[in-house]
Design a binder for this molecule. Structure first.
Ligand SMILES: NC(=O)c1ccc[n+]([C@@H]2O[C@H](COP(=O)([O-])OP(=O)(O)OC[C@H]3O[C@@H](n4cnc5c(N)ncnc54)[C@H](OP(=O)(O)O)[C@@H]3O)[C@@H](O)[C@H]2O)c1
Length: 254
């Protein structure tokens, strides 16, 4: 979709950014922080989103241009070739709740699987970014604990996306945060909140007994702290082609 109005980055700001997953808990904060830096930010909203209008307004209020290109490879490649982003953020992910929701409406739950969303859409976006002609840096939001030997479909999907990104010709950044928690989620996710509280409590105890490395790696983070790290590292030339574990995604002491 053509942006509603054209405007360019502030003088001296980095090149344009395209954010897939802009409606997510992390994505919306990445959009806000990019736009606040004067970076021309294209926030992607899927055209079939039941909350498309609401998100268009919300993301525009954050200072972004909204793009509603369908999740089809040719269409996404054409959009990225037109927008020529310097940064592409892949902040997508499904949940078991979404899979059940899709099944309840009579659709194939596989359409919302880790393989189709966490891997499939990320890989589609990567191929579109490679064809864009602007050689953008591709920032992939993965997860703590990802490795190719993992048996869970969640980790397998992410390991596959990471491997394809590393083998691609694009400069990349992979972030592997621990649990992302905090206020402001659209749905309650009690499991995530309780999980974060329990894990953080156990890690504090471990920290008291010298397990501070464990604490630094696995303590939960917030969407804002994570988004700040993603934007900071995305713009840092020294961070190119690196994987950042969660201890490197914490707020920087001033
Ligand atoms: N939550 C955690 O504790 C945690 C920890 C480590 C890593 N991560 C990973 O980090 C990523 C971002 O986390 P988050 O909590 O910010 O995610 P989130 O709030 O659940 O947002 C997910 C994003 O993916 C999009 N999406 C989901 N299914 C889609 C589909 N079928 N087609 C197109 N877009 C789709 C959503 O768009 P709509 O709004 O249109 O549905 C949304 O923009 C996730 O991949 C997650 O696995 C999460």
């Amino acid at each position: 979709m053509v942006p509603l109005f054209e405007h360019s980055s502030s003088p001296g700001a980095a090149g344009p950014a395209f954010v897939a997953g802009a409606t997510g808990f992390t994505g919306r904060e990445v959009v806000r922080l990019l736009a606040a830096r004067g970076i021309l930010t294209y926030a992607h909203v899927r055209p079939d989103s039941p909350r498309r209008e609401e998100w268009q307004q919300r993301l525009q209020r954050l200072g972004a241009q909204v793009d509603c290109t369908p999740w089809e490879e040719g269409a996404m490649a054409a959009t990225l070739a037109r927008l020529r982003p310097a940064y592409v953020f892949a902040l997508l992910g499904t949940t078991r709740r979404l899979m059940k929701q899709v099944a309840r409406t009579g659709q194939d739950p596989q359409s919302q699987s880790y393989q189709n969303v966490d891997y499939g859409l990320t890989a589609l976006l990567l191929r579109a970014a490679m064809a864009a002609g602007s050689r953008p840096r591709f920032i992939y939001l993965s997860a703590a604990g990802v490795n190719e030997r993992a048996r869970s479909p969640y980790y397998q999907a992410r390991a596959r996306a990471e491997a394809e990104l590393k083998a691609s010709a694009l400069p990349f950044l992979i972030a592997r945060p621990s649990l992302i928690s905090g206020p402001g989620r659209d749905e309650p996710r009690p499991g995530e909140r309780i999980g974060a509280a329990v894990v953080d409590g156990l890690l504090r105890v471990a920290g008291l007994f010298g397990g501070w490395r464990l604490q630094a790696r696995y303590a939960s983070t917030t969407n804002t702290a994570l988004a700040e790290a993603l934007v900071r590292l995305a713009l840092d030339p020294a961070a190119a082609n690196r994987t950042f574990e969660s201890e490197s995604l914490r707020p920087v002491e001033e």
